[in-house]
Write a protein that binds this ligand. Structure first.
Ligand SMILES: *[C@@H]1O[C@H](CO)[C@@H](O)[C@H](O)[C@H]1NC(C)=O
Ligand SMILES: *[C@@H]1O[C@H](CO)[C@@H](O)[C@H](O)[C@H]1NC(C)=O
Ligand SMILES: *[C@@H]1O[C@H](CO)[C@@H](O)[C@H](O)[C@H]1NC(C)=O
Ligand SMILES: *[C@@H]1O[C@H](CO)[C@@H](O)[C@H](O)[C@H]1NC(C)=O
Ligand SMILES: *[C@@H]1O[C@H](CO)[C@@H](O)[C@H](O)[C@H]1NC(C)=O
Length: 392
């Protein structure tokens, strides 16, 4: 455990004002961060809020998520052979470890946003549990990607699709809305819900493939906007937790020639991630463009946040959490060694902590300009009875 000193910046005031010292000490005592959520004290119970601006984590009864293979937990566990063996891909590694996905995984002991929420309300519905073989589906390929959604017992409300782009969100919502209505113990009208959306990594990669009209900043924004609007129109008592994009281009240099990534025949670029991301077969300029696009997506997400924030009601709100993680600065072991493209368990755990810690900060204090560096010992903020999931 350690005491968070985030608020303890003004040493001059400290020297000058004993009263302030006292109040800072009080603040610090009440502002606790721990390495294991089980060490966070419970929040004293109360009757739930009538307004979404008053939402605490223990009020959330239903959690859901939209996204891509990252949210699906694809390849999260890695090959697990200490880099020995043939290094050839084993089909069983092409698995979505949904129960460990940073945003929605509900496996026992997994460090995920859903399990952090669950610490405060054990009757949380929606977390995905377990794993299943990956199913890839981009846009509507004729069958509506129905095959993706044949694992409702595992996925529960993790509607993410491996390969998904912003254009896939509508299809993901088809599943999410239908599945939510089937859940036992859920009162669709009165229960408070949180739906996390994180999308854009494949969109950046697709900017280098032929037909990319779906992944311009405007197209991306229109798809995300439509998803938010559909949630607002169809789901009572819901907080949309919009999470920023990741600059995935950083993986290119990070993984080049790395033994951990199993380059075939010793060729530094014969790594699976070169196949997964079109821009990884392209030029440095292509990859720089990915970053520009990612920044444009984030600017659009912020506009969507502002637009819907202005239209919030007592039962609907949106929060935007920037996720400026330094992807190129991740330690290799935080990536999946299946492809060195997908985050592994360590990165998932870290992202869940970063997002959790930031949902209790008002918009003005969320990390917009600072770049977040991986920290294996990232602490977990313990919300107090006075904390709210901030939408302001
Ligand atoms: C957190 O603490 C609980 C209870 O002591 C323990 O069961 C669990 O394994 C710990 N989790 C981690 C990730 O260390
Ligand atoms: C494939 O990987 C799984 C999980 O690591 C392992 O249990 C299985 O034995 C492997 N299969 C082959 C054919 O190597
Ligand atoms: C969990 O949430 C439900 C619905 O909001 C509420 O009735 C229940 O008291 C909460 N449980 C805990 C332990 O806070
Ligand atoms: C390109 O994408 C647009 C938008 O999805 C689609 O309408 C169009 O048919 C596609 N064109 C080709 C040649 O695939
Ligand atoms: C992502 O790329 C953009 C555009 O180059 C840059 O402004 C931003 O700081 C980068 N973010 C991170 C976290 O690296």
């Amino acid at each position: 455990m350690f005491i968070n000193t985030r608020k303890n910046k003004n040493t001059l005031a400290l020297l000058l004002n004993p009263l302030l010292i006292f109040s800072i000490l009080i603040q610090n005592v009440s502002s606790l961060s721990v390495s294991n959520i089980s060490e966070c004290p419970p929040i004293p119970a109360r009757s739930g809020p009538s307004d979404i601006g008053d939402l605490r984590p223990d009020d959330i009864k239903v959690i859901g998520a939209l996204g891509d293979s990252i949210m699906a937990g694809f390849a999260l566990e890695g090959i697990n052979d200490d880099l020995g063996g043939t290094g050839l891909l084993n089909l069983s590694t092409l698995t979505e470890f949904r129960g460990k996905s940073w945003g929605i995984g509900g496996d026992e002991g997994a460090i995920t946003l859903a399990n952090l929420v669950k610490h405060y309300n054990s009757s949380l519905e929606g977390p995905s549990v377990g794993k299943h073989f990956a199913y890839f589906c981009k846009e509507d390929d004729g069958d509506g990607c129905d095959a993706q959604f044949k694992h409702g017992e595992v996925d529960v409300l993790d509607a993410a699709i491996s390969g998904g782009i912003a254009a896939s969100l509508d299809m993901e919502l088809d599943y999410l809305l239908q599945r939510m209505a089937q859940l036992p113990n859920v009162n669709l009208v009165t229960d408070w819900k949180m739906i996390t959306i994180q999308i854009g990594s494949n969109d950046q990669c697709a900017s280098c493939s032929g037909n990319n009209s779906d992944v311009t900043a405007d197209a991306y924004a229109a798809y995300v906007d439509a998803a938010v609007q559909r949630i607002r129109n169809n789901v009572p008592r819901v907080l949309v937790n919009l999470v920023g994009t990741f600059n995935v281009s950083g993986l290119y240099e990070l993984t080049r020639g790395q033994q951990y990534c199993r380059p075939l025949f010793g060729q530094p670029d014969w790594i699976l991630n070169r196949m997964e991301c079109s821009c990884f077969k392209g030029t440095d300029q292509d990859r720089a463009n990915m970053d520009t696009l990612s920044a444009q997506y984030n600017a659009k997400l912020f506009e969507i946040y502002q637009k819907y924030n202005a239209e919030k009601t007592e039962g609907f709100a949106i929060a935007y959490t920037p996720a400026n993680i330094n992807v190129g600065g991740l330690p290799l072991e935080a990536l999946s060694n299946v492809d060195c493209f997908h985050p592994g368990r360590l990165a998932h755990e870290w992202i869940s902590k970063v997002v959790w810690n930031n949902i209790f900060k008002p918009q003005a204090e969320k990390p917009y300009s600072n770049i977040l560096e991986y920290n294996a010992n990232e602490q977990i903020y313990c919300p107090t009875e006075d904390d709210r999931i901030r939408i302001d």
